[in-house]
Design a protein around this ligand. Structure first.
Ligand code: TYC
Length: 143
């Protein structure tokens, strides 16, 4: 029997079957261990695992906010219609968002990856433009 100790002191016991065992729990390292059974008088060994920590490989892409700006000319119902069409909002959510922009001057609508945020902001702004309204959606990187 061989005893392993990890960096927090937990012991793992391994039964040695062959002459050599190449195995390391957790996949962090690999190490050959001589069969202790072949060494008279040595039946136990304590080996410390390296104190390395696996670095996370995945990183989230930065997110971009889409912001709706108020203006004095675009009809409220039109703003609601655009929010529903482009940002997949239901009626009550779209109405609340529109009223927030109307009362406060601007409202953060949603966050997306940069490409999606820019595409949706352009598309929504263009819908207003096509009707001659100054409706404007902008994007901003989230900190
Ligand atoms: N302020 C506009 C009006 O009173 C309505 C409106 C709301 C326009 C929000 C733009 O982002 C906006 N007709």
């Amino acid at each position: 029997m061989i005893k392993f100790q990890d960096h927090v002191g937990n012991e793992e016991k391994w039964q040695l079957l062959g002459e050599k065992k190449k195995k390391w729990a957790g996949g962090l390292a690999e190490q050959s261990i001589e069969d202790a059974a072949g060494d008279p008088g040595v039946s136990q060994k304590t080996i410390e695992k390296p104190r390395t920590k696996a670095k996370p490989k995945t990183q989230r892409p930065p997110l971009w906010k889409v912001i709706l700006l108020n203006d004095d000319y675009t009809p409220r119902e039109f703003v609601v219609m655009v929010l529903k069409a482009v940002f997949r909002m239901n009626e009550s959510h779209a109405y609340k968002v529109m009223m927030t922009a109307h009362q406060k001057g601007a409202c953060v609508i949603a966050v997306y990856t940069r490409d999606v945020a820019e595409t949706k902001a352009k598309e929504a702004t263009e819908m207003g433009r096509a009707k001659g309204y100054p409706l404007y959606f902008t994007t901003e990187k989230e900190e």
